[in-house]
Design a protein around this ligand. Structure first.
Ligand code: GDP
Ligand code: ZN
Length: 459
C-alpha cells in the first residue's frame, strides 16, 4: 500500500496560550513519536488516549520537555491519518526543540495548510470548511470565532448544497419534460421551471452575500472613525477604548505616539479605528485639514463617532462635521460634561435627526459604558443577530457567488426572451458548477495548492 509521509509542525494555538502543540500526521506518526517519547510505549496504547511522559533526544538521552501526548489513530483524526499531538507547556523554545527532535527522527516539516489539505483530500472536511479553519486562525474576536465555527461546521456548505440540489432537480424535471414532446407547451413549461428556480437561487445567493457583508464586519472589524475638532477629546476616547496609558494624552497638543493599536474590542465588537495617527495631529491648520481629512476617512467608515466639546459654544467646524456625517451611521458624544455647559441640545437641534447623543466626560470616565453599550446594541441587536447564520466568505467565495448570480441573470434574461431551452440549460449548469467550486466538488490541483498554502503552519 502507498505510504503517506509523516508531516509535523507546531500547531499554534489561537491567541496567547501557555501550552504549545506539535502535531504529527501520517503512517509513521506514532512510531516516530514513540522514538522520542519516554513513558508508555505509544505503539501499544489505545487510540484517543492522552499519555504523560517526557520528550527526549534519543541520541543523547537528554530530556527536552515534560509533555502530554495524544494518540489519534486513523481514521478518527483531523486528517484521517494516524496522528499524534504533543502538548508541551515549556514555552516556545521547548516547543521548537520538540519539533526539531521529531523532524530528526523521520518526520518532514509540514507545508503551510498541509494538515487541512490532507483532511480535505481524505474527505474529512470540504473546501469551505477548510477555509473556515483559515478564518478561525485569523479571527479577531470571540464573535468572529463563532461565525468561523459555524462555517467550519458546514453552514455555508449545507446551504450551497441544498441550492445545488434544487437546481439539479429542476434540470432533471426539464429533461423529463423534454422527453415528452407530445405535450405542446413543453418549451413553455421548461422555461417556467428554469426561470422560477433561477429567481429563487439568485435570491438565496444574494441573501448569503448580504449576511456575509455583516460577516466581514466581524472578521475585519467595523471601520470606525473618531472625528471632531482639535482638543475635543478624541485621543482621550481612543485611550479609553484601547485601554492605553492615560499619560499619553497631554495638555501640550501635538503629543503623538508613533503607533497605536488599530483594533479594539468593545464588548465583542471588533472596531478597526481608522486614521488614528490623524487624530493626534494638531496645530492651527488642522481646523481646515481636519474637515478634509474627516471627509476622506468617513468614506471608509461603517461607524462615525463625532465628538463635540459641550464646554464651548458650537463652532463652524462642528457644524460642518455634523452636516458631513448626517447620513452616516454615527454616534455623537457631548464631551467634557465635567465642565460648565455652553452647548445645549437646542443648539444642536437643527443638525441632528435621530442621532444618538451621549454625554461623556473622558476625565471622569463617564458615559463610556453607555457608548460601548450603544455600539454593542447597534451591531448585535440588529440584522446580524436575527439572521439565522452568519457566513464568513473569503474573496474566492464572493467571486464565485457573484459569477453564479451573473450566470443566473443570463438564465433569467434568456427565459424572458424565450430562447431555446438547451441554451438556457448551459447557463443554468454553469451557475451550478460555480457553486460546486465553493464546496470543492470541482476544483483543480493548482487552485488547491494555492488555497492551502495560505494556511498557517500546523493547520
Ligand atoms: P483631541 O485633540 O481631540 O485628541 O483631544 P485630547 O483627547 O488630546 O484632549 C485635549 C485636552 O482635553 C486634554 O487636556 C484632555 O485631558 C482634555 N479632555 C479630554 N476629555 C475631557 C473631559 O471630558 N473633560 C475635561 N475636563 N477635559 C478633557
Ligand atoms: Zn489630541
Amino acid at each position: 500500500m502507498y505510504k503517506t509521509d509523516t508531516i509535523a509542525a507546531i500547531a499554534t494555538a489561537l491567541g496567547e496560550s501557555a501550552i504549545g502543540i506539535v502535531r504529527l500526521s501520517g503512517d509513521e506518526a506514532i512510531e516516530i513519536a514513540s522514538k522520542v517519547f519516554k513513558g508508555k510505549n505509544l505503539n501499544n496504547v489505545d487510540s484517543h488516549t492522552i499519555n504523560y511522559g517526557h520528550i527526549i533526544d534519543p541520541e543523547t538521552g537528554k530530556v527536552i520537555d515534560e509533555v502530554m501526548v495524544s494518540v489519534l489513530k486513523a481514521p478518527r483524526s483531523y486528517t484521517t491519518e494516524d496522528s499524534v499531538e504533543i502538548n508541551s507547556h515549556g514555552g516556545i523554545m521547548a516547543i521548537q526543540r520538540v519539533l526539531e527532535v521529531v523532524l530528526a527522527n523521520g518526520a518532514r516539516l509540514a507545508e503551510p495548510g498541509e494538515f487541512s489539505k490532507r483532511a480535505f483530500l481524505n474527505g474529512r472536511i470540504d473546501l469551505s470548511q477548510a477555509e473556515a479553519v483559515m478564518d478561525l486562525i485569523q479571527a479577531k474576536t470571540d464573535k468572529a470565532m463563532d461565525a468561523s465555527m459555524n462555517q467550519l461546521q458546514g453552514s455555508l456548505s449545507t446551504k450551497i448544497r441544498s441550492l445545488r440540489q434544487e437546481m439539479l432537480d429542476t434540470l432533471a424535471q426539464v429533461e423529463v419534460t423534454i422527453d415528452y414532446p407530445e405535450y405542446d407547451d413543453v418549451e413553455e413549461m421548461s422555461l417556467k421551471q428554469l426561470n422560477e428556480t433561477a429567481v429563487h437561487v439568485k435570491e438565496q445567493i444574494q441573501k448569503i452575500l448580504h449576511q456575509a457583508q455583516h460577516g466581514r464586519l466581524f472578521r475585519d472589524g467595523i471601520n470606525t472613525a473618531i472625528i471632531g475638532r482639535p482638543n475635543v477629546g478624541k485621543s482621550s476616547l481612543l485611550n479609553r477604548l484601547t485601554g492605553l496609558e492615560k499619560a499619553i494624552v497631554t495638555d501640550i497638543e501635538g503629543t503623538t505616539r508613533d503607533t497605536i493599536e488599530e483594533y479594539v474590542n468593545v464588548r465583542g465588537v471588533p472596531l478597526r479605528l481608522i486614521d488614528t495617527a490623524g487624530i493626534r495631529q494638531t496645530d492651527e491648520v488642522v481646523e481646515r485639514i481636519g474637515v478634509e481629512r474627516s471627509r476622506k476617512v468617513m468614506e471608509e467608515a461603517d461607524l462615525v463617532i463625532l465628538i463635540l466639546n459641550q464646554a464651548q459654544a458650537l463652532q463652524e467646524v462642528d457644524i460642518e462635521l455634523l452636516e458631513l456625517t448626517k447620513d452616516q451611521n454615527r454616534i455623537i458624544l457631548l464631551n467634557k460634561q465635567d465642565l460648565e455647559p455652553q452647548l445645549t441640545h437646542a443648539d444642536l437641534e437643527p443638525y441632528i435627526q435621530d442621532a444618538d447623543l451621549i454625554a461623556t466626560s473622558m476625565l471622569e470616565e463617564s458615559g463610556i459604558a453607555e457608548l460601548e453599550a450603544q455600539i454593542e446594541q447597534r451591531f448585535f441587536s440588529g440584522e446580524i443577530k436575527s439572521g439565522d447564520v452568519n457566513y464568513l466568505l473569503n474573496t474566492r467565495h464572493t467571486q464565485l457567488l457573484r459569477q453564479a448570480i451573473s450566470s443566473l441573470d443570463e438564465v433569467l434574461e434568456s427565459t424572458e426572451m424565450m430562447l431555446p431551452v438547451d441554451l438556457i440549460q448551459m447557463d443554468f449548469t454553469r451557475a451550478w458548477d460555480l457553486l460546486g467550486e465553493i464546496t470543492g466538488d470541482s476544483v483543480q490541483d493548482e487552485l488547491l495548492n494555492k488555497l492551502f498554502s495560505q494556511f498557517c503552519l500546523g493547520k
